[in-house]
Write a protein that binds this ligand. Structure first.
Ligand code: ATP
Length: 270
């Protein structure tokens, strides 16, 4: 059952160089997650505790999972991912057992980065959600908090959680010693969108006439995941025209298609 719900990667392929437009967030994650793993003595000499847990929050598809994977990659840590929704179980004790398994797995494979996506599924305020009123969901969250309370901030296990619904979270998980470092991951601005376009077209055969600056301007409101879809869709237009090079018109056609809501490209990169 473990293997079905947990994603365990010895070394994720994502690096910091694959992440565009959120340099400040990369810096903060490195400071809060990477440094305690690679230079614990820094914290010892200064005499402070590193953050216990890091919470990434912001809209979908902006690079939160990528950040967690990249930090695992760059520190040679095992990446262990679980979705909060997977922890919401039907039978009494199942959710908390999965939380115990998660931490046990991390201890067996340390250094490890535990990533809990959709943390709001188990950590919403009672008034905000039907499921959180559920005693079983409460127990699962209590188990998570007790695992976190019992672990050494200077050890070789780091924990990152993510949510799109920061406003829903129960304050209990944000207390010191728990998720006590908050990092907002926003939608990319124009310069960020240009960087992300350049990243996702690195391996594509794009013409010199492709105007990334203009595309960045035209994609206001797009997330990183949507920019990735745009690039793939542009490539599909090239294939349909029996070309192997991707032109600026292909990008414009792709943009039109996406804006009309007709794109079939569903992002499954998670
Ligand atoms: P969710 O909240 O829905 O889980 P997320 O913030 O975790 O989303 P990711 O899974 O990290 O989003 O991103 C999905 C895909 O979108 C990535 O695999 C990547 O291809 C692309 N992407 C998202 N943000 C960025 C970014 N900042 N730079 C480059 N690519 C990005």
């Amino acid at each position: 059952a473990r293997a079905q719900t947990m994603e365990i990667t010895a070394k994720p392929e994502v690096t910091y160089a694959d992440i565009g437009g959120i340099d400040e967030q990369v810096r903060e994650v490195r400071e809060a997650v990477e440094q305690p793993l690679t230079q614990p003595e820094l914290f010892d000499s200064v005499g402070i505790e590193p953050p216990a847990g890091v919470l990434l929050y912001g809209p979908p598809g902006t690079g939160k999972t990528m950040l967690a994977k990249a930090v695992a990659n760059e520190t040679d840590a095992t990446f262990i991912k679980m979705a909060g929704s997977e922890l919401v179980r039907k039978f009494i004790g199942e959710g908390s057992r999965l939380v115990r398994d998660l931490f046990e797995m991390a201890r067996e494979r340390e250094p490890a980065v535990i990533f809990i996506d959709e943390i709001d599924a188990i950590a919403a305020r009672r008034t905000e959600s039907k499921t959180s009123g559920d005693a079983e969901v409460q127990r699962t969250m209590m188990q998570l908090l007790s695992e976190m309370d019992g672990f050494d901030e200077r050890g070789d296990i780091r924990i990152i959680a993510a949510t799109n619904r920061f406003d829903m979270l129960d304050d209990a998980i944000l207390r010191p010693g728990r998720f006590d470092r908050l990092i907002e991951v926003p939608e990319p601005d124009e310069e960020g969108r240009k960087q992300i376009l350049e990243i996702h077209t690195r391996r594509m055969n794009v013409d010199d006439d492709v105007d990334f600056a203009a595309l960045a301007e035209a994609t206001e409101g797009f997330s990183g995941a949507e920019i990735e879809s745009l690039s793939t869709e542009a490539g599909m237009f090239a294939i349909r025209s029996e070309r192997t090079n991707v032109t600026h018109e292909d990008f414009e056609a792709a943009l039109e298609k996406i804006e009309a809501g007709e794109s079939e490209i569903i992002n499954s990169a998670n």
